[in-house]
Design a protein around this ligand. Structure first.
Ligand code: GDP
Length: 314
């Protein structure tokens, strides 16, 4: 019988972020009993005692951990201490507190950057830990890999029905549009939008444009997460992706065309390219009956509408 969300209290860690806010929308649509969440100003998840107090008092049935220090290629390679430390602290505190509060179902979210730089493409879950990582996001990846193993450890040592899932590159409303720390898709939206607004005829972006990336709309991810909590109970992490990728150059053309910027796109090759390719093999989640539905151009268009409406806040 499918899960009855109406009698569940779900704590979404990071509920105001890109992923967390999509989870809240999906849970509300599913008729969830209660959603719990604290903004980082109310609860700093790096603070172990405060995290224990909050989760123990709330006693959720389900925890979805979408709280993390995230960032694009520059932020990740410039601040490795912050990325490793904050993510290790957040995930360890949330999981330990959930264990003490006897949380039944826990979903830990990572990212496709946990896989080796030279993993065979599309990347299967089994390639985890089979080779060196991509240096530009190593700190974040190391923390997330520890998180996956921590979930496994709770299963082994305490028989918990806890799981982890690895989404591909995500985008959608409530993304980070700060050009220093954002990922490529929101950066393109902002760069092309501001160039068009200011009447500039050239935009400079990073790298060669040759790397290939896969993009999944967060609403598709949120849908997958709810299905996994319902149907998936295995120690092995599970990939969540669109199933196809494209060169960054093509992404630039797609975003420019959605935004209506028709000037020149210049590539600053002094900036890093990162992983040459990062396409997830999604056969395992597809076999559970889940398939994404939001096509890239449509997803970029709706995200762009959101960005324009929320320009000041974003
Ligand atoms: P990654 O998937 O971890 O490499 O993270 P990003 O989303 O930050 O970058 C993906 C690719 O887009 C890399 O090859 C970047 O060099 C390229 N890229 C091009 N322009 C930009 C930009 O303005 N911002 C970011 N973050 N990446 C860019």
């Amino acid at each position: 019988m499918p899960i009855d969300w109406s009698n569940k209290a779900v704590y979404v860690a990071g509920h105001h972020g890109l992923v967390g806010s999509a989870l809240v929308r999906a849970l509300e649509t599913a008729g969830v009993g209660r959603i719990l969440g604290w903004r980082s100003s109310e609860l700093d998840l790096r603070d172990r005692a405060a995290t224990f107090d909050a989760i123990n008092e709330a006693k959720p049935d389900v925890v979805i951990d979408a709280a993390a220090r995230v960032g694009g290629i520059m932020a990740n390679s410039t601040y490795p201490v912050d990325f490793l430390q904050d993510n290790m602290l957040i995930q360890t505190n949330v999981m330990d507190a959930a264990h003490q509060a006897e949380v039944d179902r826990f979903l830990f979210l990572g990212s496709s950057c946990i896989y080796p730089r030279h993993a065979t493409q599309p990347i299967r879950e089994s390639s985890l830990m089979t080779g060196p990582l991509e240096p530009t996001n190593q700190a974040y990846a190391m923390a997330k890999i520890s998180g996956i193993y921590y979930i496994e450890a709770f299963r082994t040592q305490y028989g918990k029905r806890w799981i982890s899932a690895m989404p591909t590159n995500l985008y959608g409303p409530n993304d980070n549009f700060d050009l220093e720390s954002s990922h490529v898709l929101p950066a393109f939206i902002r760069r092309f939008h501001e160039a068009k607004r200011d009447g500039r005829d050239k935009v400079t972006v990073w790298g060669t444009g040759a790397p290939r990336r896969e993009f999944l709309h967060v609403d598709d991810l949120a849908d997958a997460c709810l299905m996994l909590i319902d149907m998936y109970d295995s120690p092995e992490t599970i990939n969540v992706g669109w199933g196809d990728d494209l060169p960054i150059k093509e992404l630039a053309q797609t975003v420019a065309s959605v935004v209506g910027f028709d000037g020149e796109i210049e590539w600053d090759t002094s900036k890093p390219d990162g992983m040459p390719r990062k396409l997830l093999d999604t056969s395992r989640i597809n076999a559970l009956g889940w398939h994404p539905t939001i096509r890239l151009r449509d997803g970029v268009a709706s995200t762009y509408d959101w960005y324009v409406e929320n320009y000041e806040a974003a």
